[in-house]
Design a protein around this ligand. Structure first.
Ligand code: NAD
Ligand code: UDP
Ligand code: UDP
Length: 338
């Protein structure tokens, strides 16, 4: 068991003999890049609740100040408006690197994945911080293996419309492993599968946010292609738990973090109908280029080595984001006012 894990890079990630993080947990200084975004802000909530000092670094490209505003005034919380493509000097113990234009409509614009990751690895090297990269299931491309294991190298079109994201994250993984091997940086890699929950961007074109917003606005649910393509949808609290376990654990990864429950887009539309509006109509639209046909994580590695598995099913999780969406769509809150 050990040797196969070791071959994959799952061996001990603490060769430096530093004090295990568990022993000095109180008072950790943690940077969360992209901490004003959807996943980042939920992670920040957990870290602050645990008693750590958190510095959020975000350029508000897709993130919103509102997502972290409830921590303003807390001496353990700082917010820095900064683009990680520019160098940054801080003194910290851990870096959760989430900054990334994460949805197809945004991610074409920006070299964050490569230059931003390089800078944050440079920072980790200089101060001896542990670095966690939030990579993505998109590194598997349109997968020829199903479900996807971490050992699968993927099937990515290097010149396609999605490649800026896929290849950007693949390069970010490469840089992360190079800094680990070459400079001894303690690293962790998470490959995140589709995640949903409160504070998701409403209009960034992802399927769960689209369907929920459409159902609430009494618009038809837009199913792309024949709707038979599949995805596995993970509730955000499960992901945050996985990220924290990975950071605190002794294994580098990469680890798939996702919910193995697999749904076609038509099935997802049905769950949204059941949850929000049984009368919601479905409208078919042409699919985007290079759309992966199916995606489902094999999470046995994370189960075995970091003791993690998701707890919230789609039918339980979806209702938990509806009131947040309702409030942001119809409430007094002004959308996007940073
Ligand atoms: P998000 O868009 O809500 O958050 C990304 C955050 O990064 C935003 O707050 C944005 O303003 C910030 N950002 C972008 N470019 C930046 C830059 N150059 N400098 C500083 N900040 C910058 O997206 P999310 O869903 O919370 O994603 C978080 C991470 O998880 C990303 O790295 C994403 O690739 C990864 N991921 C998410 C999913 C998912 O389904 N949500 C799936 C796979 C991977
Ligand atoms: N870097 C940073 N903050 C730091 C240290 C480095 O932003 O505290 C950036 C640095 O500007 C460089 C990148 O990280 O662009 C890589 O740094 P590294 O020291 O590994 O490479 P070098 O500067 O030697 O090429
Ligand atoms: N999709 C859809 N309707 C929408 C938005 C997306 O049917 O309004 C489909 C899309 O074609 C893809 C799947 O839903 O097959 C997931 O898309 P998303 O952008 O949410 O995530 P990703 O493709 O990155 O997994």
């Amino acid at each position: 068991k050990f040797s196969s894990a070791h071959r994959l890079g799952f061996g001990s990630a603490n060769p430096t003999g530093k004090i295990p993080l568990g022993l000095k947990r109180k008072g950790l200084r943690i940077v969360v890049t992209g901490g004003a975004g959807f996943v980042g802000s939920h992670l920040v909530d957990r870290l602050i609740a645990r008693g750590d000092s958190v510095i959020v670094v975000d350029n508000f490209f897709t993130g919103r100040k509102q997502n972290v505003m409830h921590h303003f005034g807390n001496p353990n919380f700082e917010l820095i408006r900064h683009d990680v493509v520019e160098p940054l000097l801080l003194e910290v113990d851990q870096i959760y690197h989430l900054a990334c234009p994460a949805s197809p409509v945004h991610y074409k614009f920006n070299p964050t994945n490569v230059v931003g990751t390089l800078n944050m690895l440079g920072l980790a090297k200089r101060v001896g911080a542990r670095f966690l990269l939030t990579s993505t299931s998109e590194v598997y491309g349109d997968p020829l293996q199903h479900p996807q294991k971490e050992t699968y190298w993927g099937n990515v079109n290097p010149i396609g419309v999605r490649s800026c994201y896929d290849e950007g994250k693949r390069t970010a993984e490469t840089l992360t492993m190079d800094y680990h091997r070459g400079a001894g940086v303690e690293v962790r890699i998470a490959r995140i599968f589709n995640t949903y929950g409160p504070r998701m961007c409403i209009d960034d074109g992802r399927v769960v946010s689209n369907f929920v917003a459409q159902a609430l606005r009494k618009e038809p649910l837009t199913v792309y292609g024949d709707g038979k393509q599949t995805r596995s949808f993970q509730y955000v609290s499960d992901l945050v738990e996985g990220l924290m376990r990975l950071m605190e654990g002794e294994h580098i990864g990469p680890f798939n973090l996702g919910n193995p429950g697999e749904f076609t887009m038509l099935e997802l539309a049905e769950v949204v109908q059941e949850t929000i509006d049984p009368n919601a109509k479905i409208e078919f639209r042409p699919n985007t280029e290079d759309d992966p046909h199916k995606r489902k994580p094999d999470i046995s590695r994370a189960k075995e080595l970091i003791g993690w598995e998701p707890k919230v099913s789609l039918r339980k999780g979806l209702p938990l984001m509806v009131s947040d969406f309702r409030q942001r769509i119809f409430g007094d809150h002004k959308e996007g006012s940073n």
